[in-house]
Design a protein around this ligand. Structure first.
Ligand code: AGP
Length: 582
């Protein structure tokens, strides 16, 4: 869950790396560090804080170096400190390493490196010392890297620079790493957006790949002796999508982009969706798996499939192993992941015996390359840590899969068009002011409750997660049908309760009345007003797509609550967008 970008080429690496690392900050922003060459020596600069502040502090932009590597850290082992920031070096400061992943057996390795001087509490630091040890015994760098690769356990990709060596070395071991082929040099990075301005020619690396690159050439060798091909892909992503444009934050930009994305489904090629639906129809059972927001989408997908009479169940990524003994060959798995990198899912992929359909946003990601059928989320690059448009597109795709599976695709398309006609009504000033007013009321609360029934409950789960992650307010979702079995005890005078009402049915209002009777202050998001609501945000009804406006309003409430609390919602504390460690 760190970001790596490295460059070696005829140009000065520094401007490329400075620019590139900004597009990797979503992967971690506890601390930043870099290694560059200066008068034949490796210089390492690093510190706690975001990239921009460390870059300024050490005036890094003033350097000239034909090779270099930058790193943004999301701490796993060792606190957030200057010593623990990457790069980590060997005893002499001649080998520098940046790393993404976890070395599970680092403590054993550290013990074996008797006599080496360790200065950090990280797992990463064993790599430069292991290399130092091997090189001191006369191994070539490539031989030493092979030995390190074989010794370390766990997903760990890393890049190495060595004093006096014109080559740089990158090893892909679980965590993502891609190679970019520039005009005058080569990039190795955790993700394509970091170098997209300079090249869209990309090689997706395989596990075990060792990339040896310098100013003039690049070579890939597989340390697992696999013979997989390394095709050059031309990536079709506009570099403009990497900027915030007129928006203050990526999260707001991405929320707003949803109208356009929803419209584009009217001309979407649904052939893969149809294929997925036919596999699902003939499945013994359908398991939908995901983590966080992707799990919420999975839960929604499972509910709509069950309502179509299909045996479907949603499982959290980390729980897949507990279900694995139930899996059968004719089961179908729907694996949902924006990043395509989530460790829980990757770890359990081999356990999923049947046909595996991936709904994935990131081209070339591990999951997208290792499932039987990939349905692209088509959400474009999502930079804010909080999933918004990727969640929405997944929900739309699931609804379409379900509609093809139950023979109602024409009516679903009709609902989608109706939704697109009416969606503008959410972005008008009166609705936005109502949302901002609600955010103002919520911003000082300690606890917020999201409630709903049936679909509304699943939307509430997502609403509460969004609120937690960007505003840091404790928000919890409850199913209105079950609040009497316990959660009602939490309600007292003035408790803020957001009700996500998909269908204004009687049962929903019984539950809300019970909350109101205990002093709850109810904010209704609903297609129709009710006397039970203390506040009300009107959302258009759109048949099977009625969840869309509710989700957008929930996203906006979270966004504005975060902003009013002075939090940058794009980079919530403690979180990273791609969760590549277990
Ligand atoms: C969503 O807002 C979160 N950032 C998080 O829950 C996310 O959905 C989860 O980590 C799964 O990620 P994925 O879709 O990339 O697999």
């Amino acid at each position: 869950m760190c970001g790596i970008i490295a460059y070696s080429g005829k140009d000065n690496a520094v401007p490329y790396l400075v620019d590139g690392i900004k597009n990797l900050e979503y992967r971690g922003y506890d601390s930043f560090g870099c290694a560059l060459i200066d008068k034949g020596n490796i210089i390492v600069r690093k510190d706690v804080g975001d990239t921009a502040s460390v870059l300024n502090k050490y005036r890094i932009i003033k350097n000239f170096s034909n090779q270099g590597m930058f790193h943004t850290r999301w701490a796993t082992h060792g606190g957030i400190s200057k010593e623990n920031a990457h790069p980590l070096t060997d005893c002499k400061g001649e080998i520098a390493v940046v790393h993404n992943g976890i070395i599970e057996n680092w403590q054993d390795i550290k013990v074996s490196l008797d006599g080496h001087r360790f200065v950090s509490q990280t797992d990463t630091e064993v790599i430069p010392h292991l290399l130092e040890e091997r090189l001191s015994r006369g191994d070539s760098m490539e031989r030493a890297l092979r030995a390190v690769f074989n010794e370390i356990k766990g997903a760990s990709s890393f890049v190495v620079m060595r004093k006096g060596d014109s080559n740089m070395y990158a090893v892909k071991h679980g965590a993502p790493l891609v190679l970019g082929l520039g005009k005058n040099g080569f990039f190795v990075s955790s993700d394509i957006p970091s170098f997209l301005k300079y090249t869209n020619k990309v090689v997706f690396l395989h596990d075990g790949d060792l990339v040896v690159f310098n100013q003039n050439s690049v070579r890939i060798k597989n340390l697992l002796n696999k013979k997989d091909k390394h095709d050059v892909h031309t990536v079709d992503i506009s570099p403009g999508s990497l900027d915030k444009g007129k928006y203050r934050h990526f999260m707001l930009k991405e929320i707003n982009e949803q109208s356009k994305l929803l419209k584009s489904f009217e001309n979407y090629d649904f052939s893969k969706v149809r294929l997925a639906a036919s596999k699902i129809r003939s499945a013994h059972r359908v398991y939908l798996v995901g983590a966080g927001s992707s799990f919420h989408a999975a839960a929604y997908g499972a509910l709509i499939l069950r309502k179509s009479g299909i045996d479907a169940i949603a499982i959290q990524g980390q729980d897949i192993q507990n279900f694995s003994r139930l899996f059968e060959r004719n089961d179908v798995f729907v694996i949902i992941s924006q990043s395509g990198e989530t460790a829980d899912l990757i770890r359990s992929l081999q356990l999923m015996k049947g046909f595996r359909i991936g709904i994935i946003n990131t081209e070339g990601s591990y999951l997208s390359r290792n499932v039987d059928l990939v349905i692209n989320m088509m959400a474009g690059i999502e930079k804010a840590v909080a999933a918004t448009k990727s969640f929405m597109n997944t929900m739309v795709l699931l609804e379409m899969i379900n509609s093809y599976a139950n023979g109602s695709s024409e009516s679903a398309m009709h609902d989608l068009k109706l939704l697109n006609l009416n969606l503008y009504s959410l972005f008008v000033p009166s609705v936005l002011s109502a949302i901002k007013r609600i955010a103002e009321e919520l911003k000082d609360d300690g606890d917020i409750f999201y409630v709903g029934r049936d679909y509304g409950y699943l939307i509430s789960l997502e609403g509460a997660l969004k609120m937690k992650e960007v505003s840091y307010i404790h928000a919890e979702a409850f199913d209105l049908s079950t609040i009497k079995h316990g959660p009602l005890a939490l309600i007292s005078q003035g408790s803020k309760v957001i009700a996500a009402v998909t269908e204004p049915v009687e049962e929903t209002f019984y539950g809300l009345e019970e909350i109101k009777a205990r002093g709850g202050h109810i904010i209704g998001i609903s297609p129709s007003n009710s006397t039970v609501f203390d506040e009300f945000v009107h959302v258009p009804e759109a048949g099977v797509f009625s969840f869309v406006p509710l989700v957008i309003v929930a996203q906006l409430i979270s966004y504005y609550t975060a902003v009013k609390r002075g939090i940058n919602p794009d980079k919530p504390r403690n979180l990273a967008k791609s969760v590549t460690v277990n």
